[in-house]
Design a protein around this ligand. Structure first.
Ligand code: DAT
Ligand code: MG
Length: 140
């Protein structure tokens, strides 16, 4: 296994409930290291650009409205097998289907307000990291 980097977001439902620390603790306990982090309140246009892959989906309007409704914490996570490991600790998209002990099982409100985002593959991880961070902001 190689050391990888992945992109993570703590979504507005979670920052609103003061869960930034609790969620980051779960990521760290899974062996992921936060090598970049900042709090951003994204615009609707930024949300639409970031989630462009979903623009034909019926929930696109709801998703981009929610993601621009409050502060988000964007992070770069580093570790062995970081992309898959982050997806594992996040849990299924729908919290009703998420495994015990996962972030979404423990914290998510609903399929839309599901507390965290994580990249799903190496190419999307690289694109999503570059969307939010300049190289000098990532300190491994
Ligand atoms: P994930 O965030 O697990 O990668 P995804 O990429 O399929 O899931 O969808 C991106 C986000 O869109 C997801 O975190 C929440 C929202 N979403 C997905 N399916 C939805 C649905 N059926 N209704 C409302 N929002 C949905
Ligand atoms: Mg996804």
């Amino acid at each position: 296994m190689a050391t990888e980097r992945t992109f993570s977001m703590i979504k507005p439902d979670a920052t609103k409930r003061n869960l930034t620390g609790a969620i980051t603790k779960k990521l760290e306990e899974a062996g992921l290291r936060v090598v970049a982090s900042k709090r951003v309140w994204m615009s609707r246009r930024q949300a639409e650009a970031f989630y462009a892959v979903h623009k034909e989906r019926p929930f696109f309007g709801e998703l981009t409205e929610f993601m621009s409704s409050g502060p988000t914490v964007v992070q770069v996570l580093e570790g062995e097998n970081a992309i898959a490991k982050n997806r594992e600790v996040m849990g299924a998209t729908n919290p009703a289907e998420a495994a015990e002990g996962t972030i979404r099982k423990e914290f998510a409100n609903s399929i839309g307000e599901n507390s965290v985002h994580g990249s799903d593959a190496a190419d999307t991880a690289a694109e999503e990291i570059a969307f939010w961070f300049a190289g000098h902001e990532i300190v491994g």
